[in-house]
Design a protein around this ligand. Sequence first.
Ligand SMILES: Cc1cc2nc3c(=O)[nH]c(=O)nc-3n(C[C@H](O)[C@H](O)[C@H](O)COP(=O)(O)O)c2cc1C
Length: 198
Amino acid sequence: MTKIVQPSVDPFYFHYPSGATLVTSHAGGRSNLMAVAWHVAISRVPPYYAVSISSKRFTHELIVESGEFTVNFVPWEERELVAKVAACSGRDVDKFAAFQIETEAGSQVKAPVLKAAFAAYECRVAGHYPYGDHDLFVAEVVAVQWERSAFTDDGRLDLESVSPVSYMGEDRYVTAAQEVYLDRGALVGEALEIARRR
Ligand SMILES: Cc1cc2nc3c(=O)[nH]c(=O)nc-3n(C[C@H](O)[C@H](O)[C@H](O)COP(=O)(O)O)c2cc1C
């Protein structure tokens, strides 16, 4: 491939697809949720997860105040909900009431968990780092809620029963198209054997 080189990230600003999650928050008697595509696992033991949230978002205010949030992983059926909660602010609209969103209580945090989520992390903020126009909230995952029927017996997400929503940028959404199993050890073994014989 012959690539164009330039200093600005703009041509590849949308490094997608990226899972479109719904982040809920709660403080001062108010609950809110927003779409978040910039999120990442940081550590497995102990579990840490990070979300990148602009200080313009009402969610940012609630997370700073409470030190808590939940990350909800939702199926393809919820794609329009993702778009709707991303199109307005909790400063102006009670999104839970407006979009008739069903919730369950968090077990460790006051932020609610979405009934429609196939899995959700309950998170407590461990670090808050501003970078450019977004702030990174790194949080300890203090509980996980997950829907048994969405997972296979060996603990993988069952793509025949659930298809996560992913974001492509510019109001475009996709879902998983293919799944393959690649035996890393066997692949590297074969490659090294071929290299050895060369
Ligand atoms: C699919 C999608 C993903 C988004 N991801 C992020 C994100 O990772 N961080 C962020 O600050 N805003 C993100 N946004 C924008 C917010 O969801 C949007 O501004 C929202 O209305 C903020 O709501 P709030 O003010 O109620 O918190 C995203 C928007 C869309 C459509």
